[in-house]
Design a protein around this ligand. Structure first.
Ligand SMILES: Cc1cc2nc3c(=O)[nH]c(=O)nc-3n(C[C@H](O)[C@H](O)[C@H](O)COP(=O)(O)OP(=O)(O)OC[C@H]3O[C@@H](n4cnc5c(N)ncnc54)[C@H](O)[C@@H]3O)c2cc1C
Length: 450
């Protein structure tokens, strides 16, 4: 190892932590990764059912996920990825509408004929003419969409979808986020989703193998309790003792990170207290296929779920022993009533929702329903966030960030986080190689999070 390289800590063993550790090892550093739980993968975590490994939250790739696909190629997993054409549906009132083609749109019962025509024209206008996102960071997505699509389409279509993602805080989200999201799948004539054999767990496992092969240390069940500046760089408290490192990368959600920081670090971590959305998610393990679509939006009074995703349209049956996996989700704040609803009630609601998707559905189809929650999925982006989102380095300290609060305007996904982790590792390396911090501003420009 190059003697000038650093001794680095990585906080968190989700995709951001794994890729940060992997890249920093490739650059010749010593790396110790701290993960609070007993598993790597973070939100890509799993559970066991009858000898099969299943994901707690659904995860797939799309074919424009360049960072993630590049990583898969590097890890030798590209050839093990399968791509499947998928369909989307809309449960509106008591009917499930397909929502994939212009004809589907024309037949969509949730809108008047004028509304359907406006939807088609608005979509074409955004795709063809709105190539420049200038100014969209400061315009609310509601105002922007209502302007393009009109009041009816906004109220019937877009508002429920926005509310599903961001709850009642949807109005503060900038149009820039939505514009980026629409463009994410632009260019594909068909909607396809990618699945690596073994799921996202496989990517985490491969990264773990590579990290260990390069001499990295992974400490599972090791929560970091506190962090502070020290003459060497950063001190970390875990397992009842303080350890010193030259630098640290935190991949933790900002509210957790803020609680850990002591002394001077407290004042350099991002202060902006943006609210986070969490998620409550019921996974039904079924003996039969429920319905024809991969993803469905639910606009139905009385259901606590805003989306239903049947992942086994993409995940091969061999992965689940022929079972079908249905994810019912509700994005909500960790202090909301929904987040604290007891599992039994959520399971009951899940059964009711599945019946609405398929009248033939009955309880005999169900092997099990599991409920998972995550308190911090991503921030509810405020207007003007592009200029206030956290930078890679916390002030002049040796603490760096690769966290979902930096995703914006990209969607929160493994692809985006791989890109951020790649960038932060480059930035940290630059600083480690230039211990005096010279040219730090140049580096900031060089690898600014895109
Ligand atoms: C319902 C749902 C569906 C999704 N669907 C997709 C999809 O289809 N495709 C896709 O690419 N992405 C999807 N995502 C997004 C994806 O899960 C995230 O972008 C990604 O997992 C974020 O990774 P991360 O490493 O930044 O954070 P996390 O995965 O949250 O990892 C943070 C890690 O830090 C650990 N930690 C917390 N506190 C401490 C501490 N004090 N000390 C040490 N460790 C600690 C946690 O245990 C965790 O392992 C989805 C997310 C959800 C919730």
């Amino acid at each position: 190892m190059n003697a000038s390289k650093g001794n680095v800590a990585v906080l968190g063993g989700g995709i951001s932590g794994l890729v940060s550790a992997y890249r920093l090892l490739q650059k010749g550093n010593r790396v110790t990764l701290f993960e609070a739980s007993d598993e790597l993968g973070g939100l890509g975590g799993t559970f066991q059912h009858e000898g099969h490994t299943m994901e707690q939250f659904y995860h797939v790739m799309i074919n424009t996920d360049e960072n993630l696909l590049g990583l898969l190629a590097e890890l030798g997993l590209a050839e093990e990825t399968t791509w499947t054409e998928t369909k989307m549906g809309f449960l509106y009132g008591h009917e499930l509408f397909p929502f994939n083609t212009p004809l589907d749109l024309l037949c969509f019962g949730g809108l008047s004929l004028t509304g359907r025509i406006r939807t088609a024209l608005g979509g074409a206008y955004i795709a063809k003419f709105l190539n420049d996102p200038k100014g969209l960071d400061k315009i609310s997505v509601s105002e922007w969409l209502e302007g393009i699509f009109g009041a009816e389409v906004f109220a019937q279509l877009w508002r429920p979808l926005l509310r599903a993602k961001f709850g009642d805080m949807y109005d503060s989200v900038p149009a820039y986020w939505f514009w980026t999201r629409l463009r994410r799948e632009k260019g594909s004539t068909k909607e396809v989703k990618g699945y690596v054999n073994g799921g996202y767990r496989r990517i985490a496992d491969r990264l773990r193998t590579e990290i260990r092969r390069m001499g990295g240390v992974i400490r599972l069940r090791t929560a970091v309790y506190a962090m502070q500046d020290c003459p060497q760089g950063i001190q970390i408290s875990a397992e009842g003792r303080w350890e010193s490192f030259d630098s640290a990368v935190s991949t933790l959600p900002l509210p957790i990170l803020r609680q850990l920081c002591r002394g001077r670090l407290e004042s350099v971590v991002p202060q902006q207290k943006v609210p986070y959305q969490g998620v409550v998610n019921a996974v039904a393990i079924l003996k039969k296929r429920l319905q024809p679509n991969y993803w469905n939006a639910i606009v139905q009074k009385g259901f606590p779920f805003q989306g239903l995703v049947e992942t086994t349209h993409v995940v091969p049956e061999s992965q689940t022993g022929g079972r079908h996996l249905v994810y019912l989700l509700n994005y909500c704040g960790k202090d909301s009533d929904m987040y604290h609803t007891v599992d039994g009630d959520i399971k009951f609601q899940a059964l009711k929702a599945m019946r609405a998707f398929n009248p033939k559905f009955n309880q005999d189809w169900v092997e099990d329903i599991r409920v998972f929650r995550a308190p911090y999925v991503e921030p509810v982006w405020p207007l003007g966030y592009q200029n206030s989102k956290p930078r890679m380095r916390c002030g002049d300290s040796r603490l760096y960030l690769a966290t979902t609060a930096q995703c914006y305007p990209q969607v929160n996904s493994w692809n985006t986080m791989v890109g951020i982790a790649n960038d932060v590792a480059s930035r940290m390396q630059f600083d480690l190689d230039n211990v005096n911090g010279e040219s730090a501003e140049a580096a900031q420009e060089l690898v600014a999070v895109s």
